[in-house]
Ligand binder design. Sequence first.
Ligand code: ADP
Ligand code: MG
Length: 632
Amino acid sequence: MTTNCEKHEFQSEAKQVLELMIHSVYSNPDIFVRELISNASDALDKLRIEALSDSSLSEFAKEPKIEILVDKKNNTLTISDNGIGMSKEDLVSYLGTIAKSGTKEFMKAMKEAKSNSSGDLIGQFGVGFYSCFIAADKVRVETKKAGLDKAFVWESEGDGTFTISEGTRNSNGTTIVMSMKKNENTDEHDLDTDYLSEWTLRGIIKKYSDFVTYPIFIKDMNKEVKPEDEPEKDAPINSMKALWTRSESDVTDDEYKEFYRHISHDWEDPLERISYKAEGTSEFCALLYIPARQPMDLFFQDGKHGVQLYIKRVFIMNDCKDLIPEYLRFIKGVVDSEDLSLNVSREILQQNRQTNLIKSSLTRKVLDSLRKMKQDKPEDYNKFWDTFGIVLKEGIISDQKNKEQIMKLCMFDSSKGNKTTLEEYVSKMSSDQKKIYYITGSNKSTLSASPKLEAFRKRDIEVLLLGDGVDEIWVNNTPKFNDFDFVSISSENLELPDSLLGEDEKKDKEELEKSGLLTKIKEALVGTVEDVTFSTRLVDSPACFVQKGEEISPQMRNFFQSMGQPVPEEKKVLEINPSHQLIKKIAENYENDMSNVSEWGTMLVGLATIAEGDSITDSKKFTESLTKLLSK
Ligand code: ADP
Ligand code: MG
């Protein structure tokens, strides 16, 4: 070891991952090969892309390749690339800490899972560089960053510390030398995990890394090369053929899934795959996937979009926000354009005509695939809807062009129990129903218990229960579906179809009017509610609140407040049910004794508040009134 060799500690999370790599038993240890090759391929991508804008780097970006050396005699496996390389600082921060979210997620899943399934979990995650300690007990990384003078060596036995010293490598790139683990009893490699067998390695690389766009070569250091073997030695192991350029019938399901894993770092199989080839004014290929679960950053401000941009088979950038609308941000995949120029930047993409063409045809294609999925694979579609429906609905507001189509894809909770689409809703309406009725709020169960639904249930009219925050926004901005207006059943001037009002109800209303109770309650509640009126929407409940003017739910209220905007004033109207036993009783008593009207008013306001799922604001007044009435 050289004299200027520095010793470093791994960050504590990195230590935990290393512990796992070293001590657990894995059902699929092969994955370390995939991880190291994927890092080499990333490093080659980075160098090529930086060289596009920095011509001083272009001399380093020639003949990109990944080489694997097998040395049985010295018991080492070496994987090297001539990519971007790492500086000393890079080595300390990239190979000494864990920054990437994938690994954090993995640690979380490990903690949640039973310890005995850890082996399976590990194979399913992209756990990165540290996976080399699955197969090696000592790792040496020698690297030189393109454009810098010095090479550095990182060494570790995975025991909590690593060292950094100067190296002798004189070309850019990274070489990882692994001293391989042996079976403690036999001092031999176990047969199925013999990573020093050229044939084992070829199989693994074919399986996991065939589509890597740089050639991967393998060389057995202990094999004497005869002159006649030369041509074979030169052939790369991987086909390097981009999956999306091959015809779908030539690619196996497993290959598609492996590719999904490669680009998404998701360990679960995707729910759906969408292939698309556009010709004409805009020529491009796309291979897209719908994941089966929500990524962690789906609702983060700076969350990642999943689409990668390639231009003529060459990788250009990750996370390309301009190719897919915000409301389809859950889509993962690859877009490969024939028309864009190789040195596009994010800024250029933003106002590029080609980009817009790609975006609008991808949007159409994805929406159409969803429509087909809904029709042909309803179970999968339900799963999709539960996972990403809330995001898709944003499109009703943001994508005027495809709004209708998106609305048809929506599934809403219904007062009749099951989920319904708007088309189903409309097709089941009776001939004198002319509107689509809905109620908004914070969750399905409070909504379905709302007293406002009573009259609708009694008259067998379906009501949409819109429980997501985004619903309130689109429903207020979308007056119609198929010529039918959306009407909130909480709005003040709700008119139910005439034919649906009963004779008894009319009589009850007249009687209550005569008693004068309504006016008295109104007087008692001045300052508490805007108005008190008769209700036609109640059956089993004595009272409820409705909204005068535009409706503002508690969520919208919070939203306005968090944006620092003034909250529109809320005007609540108390509606009372003239046919309800309680109301009839109050009216009867009232004729003899008027002294308790104010307490009854407070009671009715309280009951209506509780029915909304809210809590009583003036609980002192409420309990006092209740006590007084009970004592009588
Ligand atoms: P990830 O690849 O997801 O970022 P890894 O644990 O696989 O996570 O690698 C960590 C980091 O180490 C990489 O992001 C990269 O910056 C650096 N790195 C790893 N291998 C190489 C390599 N062969 N060449 C250059 N940098 C590398
Ligand atoms: Mg990696």
